[in-house]
Design a protein around this ligand. Sequence first.
Ligand code: TYD
Length: 317
Amino acid sequence: MSFGCFAGNLENLTDVQDAANYTFVKGDIVSASDVQKVFTEFKITDVIHLAAESHVDRSIEGPMEFVMTNVVGTVNLLQAARETWKNNESHVFHHVSTDEVYGSLSDEGLFTEQTSYDPRSPYSASKASSDHFVRAYFHTYGLPVKLSNCSNNYGSHHFPEKLIPLMINNIREKKPLPVYGKGDNIRDWLWVEDHAKAIDVIFHNGEFGESYNIGGLNEWKNIDLVLFLCRLMDKKLGRNEGESEQLITYVTDRKGHDMRYAIDATKLARELGWKPSITFEVGLENTVDWYLANSEWVEQITSGAYRAYYENMYQNR
Ligand code: TYD
């Protein structure tokens, strides 16, 4: 059983729609009875929990949805697992979380699994809370949990409100490229397929009750990343060198904007043998190619409610 969220889209699952071990159930994670029904009907043995409201800007606009989905939703899942599983040894509850629970770094240092939690946005506070509940169910009820905390993901099918797909889309459409503040915040980018492989290895071989940090070993300043994308896409789209850079627009900074995230993924490498498989340059080029080849997917996903939301956010900056 794997849980998805609002940025999910059934079209992303066409590759597996005919698989014998795949079933799609539409339900609300905030409803304890919806969750329990799935456990009972499908005799759920294991969980990979990825369902979350994940966009920091949305959490600043409306924190309560983040409390409901990320905190109440997680506790509903934990509770259903606890009530259903009689023999804890034969199950796994893998909770997928974020490095943002650790707060913000200055120029030095990396987040390790020992770093104290210091969430600073409503989003990261909700994820920190969900992590605490997962550990509480391990210590109190012996629920067989494993946790992972990842850095910023990128890759195909990424909901285009996040930095990389948003910039790719806006460069393609020759729209302004909104860079928050001075663009000197730093993120550590992780290719989504490497993240999926890390989840797989932790799910199967990780220790119960343990957390594993997953990072791309790949820190970039936002503005350098946006410039890199502009140059790459000028080439791909046959534009003059420097043309897309003209679209860069510095906008009001995000409230409480975390300065730098960077992960120390040594534990995962040492204990479970995982490491990132491709360079950022190759991963980014694959990602740009995917978005250029799938502009209809982007059109479909950004029409309607999302477009109105985005335009409103942009106008208010
Ligand atoms: P984002 O993709 O929202 O991920 P997160 O907030 O979880 O790190 O943002 C990545 C970085 O890019 C972050 O420092 C905020 C910045 N950013 C912009 O400068 N402009 C944008 O339009 C967006 C969405 C993000």
